[in-house]
Each structure stands twice: as structure tokens, then as C-alpha cells.
Design a protein around this ligand. Structure first.
Ligand SMILES: [Fe+2]
Length: 291
């Protein structure tokens, strides 16, 4: 999404008209493969019991732990057979219309590079670990797969109505930072959380953030922060709920949103289903979790 400053105006040299580039898997170095393995192992120390079942099932189905960065050719064969999705590489962040067009056609875009070994917790823009480990397992779930396609199609329409900020918030609070009810508690499905060892714990267990029941219009009005852990997480009942909510006609919703203001990150508003009222002490202290 367009939250990082790195968008070219036109496909850079070496990219196709749809902005894709080859993964060039043979060119990854041993150190880069080891970085994947290190990050993978770190996440698996925290995710069992915290990540939702669909994520863990997807991770297993895609076999992303065969040693090093996954080869997209092999991964895509499995993913396509499951839900019709594939993953393509792009050179950094792409314009919104390109992003939406890929999603609408069940193609997820991924960075090609991986973070440096001395920056395991630092991400200026999404790398292949965030994009593949974080996002792709969920694309094996039929409901989530349908949601993402609908999101891409909705994005094309929202762009024409000037409502992209509203839609970007929906993506943020579901695809990137969503929580869901499962197994009598809360579980993670958002890619920004499941790809971060520290936020995986913070999102579920810290007393600081608010956790609020998902409401589509409420979420689309809520501002978000891109520089630190979230101050609010929204909790869906199921992936089926997410799919059904987004397959409805957004026309009336957009009409209401046009007259509605935004909601601050830490705010609780009338009608909220408050699951956890956070202390907000983490943000009040100035944030930055000591990893
Ligand atoms: Fe992401």
C-alpha cells in the first residue's frame, strides 16, 4: 500500500508493463537464504497458539520451510491449485491502480529483496519475508482469498470515487493488523503481526492497545499509525464474516462515509464492542518496543 515513500511513476527499467519483475531465485545469496531461515524460526517460536488456524494450515500447505527463501515457481504451483492465487515480484511499492489490478486478478505482489541480517526487526518497506511469510499463507484460505480479490475490485471503484483513504484503512486493520476470535480466545491473521515476533506478542497480550469488534464503517473511518505497534486492533468473528462484509454493495456505505469524520487511533466511540479497553501506556511512553 502507499504508506511508504517509494513509488515510481512508471515501471522502472527491467519491469514489465504490469510492474512485475522476475524473482531471479538463483541469485539469492547464502546469507539471504539464512536470513529467511532465521526469521522463520523466530516466528515459529511465537506463532503456535497465537496465529489463527488458517494461517498455520496455509504455512504447512505451502511448505515454506524447505530451507531458504521460497522459489515462487514451486510455491505458486501449490497456491494456485488451492485458491487460484499466485505471487509475483515487484520492484518496491507500486501505484494503487496496479496493486488493485493484481489483486482483482488473484495475483499478490511481493518484494523481491530480503532485509539485511543486522536489521531483522527493521523494515523500511516490505521485504519478501513480510510479503510471503506474512501474507501468502492466508491466501490458501478460500474465504480470505475471495476477500482479497473483492478488495482489489473494490479498490478500483473506490479510487474513482476518491475514497482510497477509507479503503486503505480497511486493508490496514484486516490484511495487515487483523485479529480474529478463535478457539475461545483471540488469534492473529494480519500479515504485519504474524511476520513480527514482537508485535505477535504485543497484539494479543499487551495491556496497552484497544481491541474492538470489527465494524466495517467504523474501521474505514479509523486513522492508523505506520511507525510503531498499533494502538487499536479490530477483531473479526470469522474469515467468512470478513468476506461477506466486503461482498456487499459499498455504494450506501460510501455515501455515509462521505459525511462522517475520522476517528483517532486511541478513541473509543459509541457503538464499539470493546473487547479490551487498552491502557495506551505503551504509546504514552513514546512507543518503540525493546525487541
Ligand atoms: Fe503487507
Amino acid at each position: 500500500m502507499a504508506d511508504f515513500e517509494h513509488v515510481f511513476d512508471a515501471p522502472p527499467e527491467g519491469a514489465a508493463a504490469d510492474w512485475t519483475i522476475p524473482q531471479n531465485w538463483d541469485a539469492y545469496t547464502e546469507v539471504e537464504h539464512q536470513t529467511w531461515d532465521t526469521l522463520y524460526a523466530r516466528q515459529m517460536e511465537v506463532l503456535p497458539g497465537r496465529a489463527c488456524e488458517a494461517f498455520l494450515r496455509g504455512l504447512e500447505a505451502l511448505d515454506l520451510n524447505t530451507g531458504g527463501i521460497p522459489d515462487f515457481a514451486a510455491m505458486n504451483a501449490k497456491l494456485k491449485a488451492l485458491t487460484g492465487w499466485t505471487v509475483v515480484c515487484v520492484p518496491g511499492l507500486v501505484p494503487d491502480d496496479v496493486f488493485f489490478d493484481h489483486l482483482a486478478n488473484r495475483r499478490f505482489v511481493s518484494g523481491q529483496f530480503i532485509r539485511k541480517p543486522d536489521q531483522l526487526d527493521y523494515l523500511q518497506e516490505p521485504d519478501i519475508f513480510h510479503d510471503v511469510f506474512g501474507h501468502v499463507p492466508m491466501l490458501t484460505d478460500p474465504d480470505f482469498a475471495a476477500y482479497m480479490e473483492a478488495y482489489g475490485k473494490g479498490g478500483q471503484r473506490a479510487a474513482s470515487l476518491g475514497l482510497l483513504p477509507n479503503l486503505a484503512r480497511l486493508y490496514w486493520y484486516t490484511v495487515e493488523f487483523g485479529l480474529m476470535r478463535e478457539a475461545g480466545g483471540l488469534r492473529i491473521y494480519g500479515a504485519g503481526i504474524v511476520s513480527s515476533a514482537t508485535e505477535s506478542v504485543f497484539a494479543l497480550e499487551a495491556p496497552s492497545p484497544n481491541r474492538i469488534g470489527f465494524d466495517l464503517e467504523r474501521v474505514m473511518r479509523t486513522l492508523y499509525r505506520i511507525d510503531d505497534f498499533q494502538q487499536v486492533y479490530f477483531v473479526i468473528d470469522s474469515l467468512d464474516q470478513l468476506k461477506r462484509d466486503t461482498l456487499q454493495d459499498f455504494g450506501p456505505i460510501y455515501q455515509r462515509l462521505a459525511g462522517a469524520g475520522t476517528i483517532a487511533v486511541e478513541e473509543i466511540v459509541p457503538g464499539d464492542e470493546v473487547i479490551t479497553r487498552g491502557t495506551q501506556t505503551y504509546a504514552a511512553r513514546g512507543g518503540r518496543f525493546a525487541a
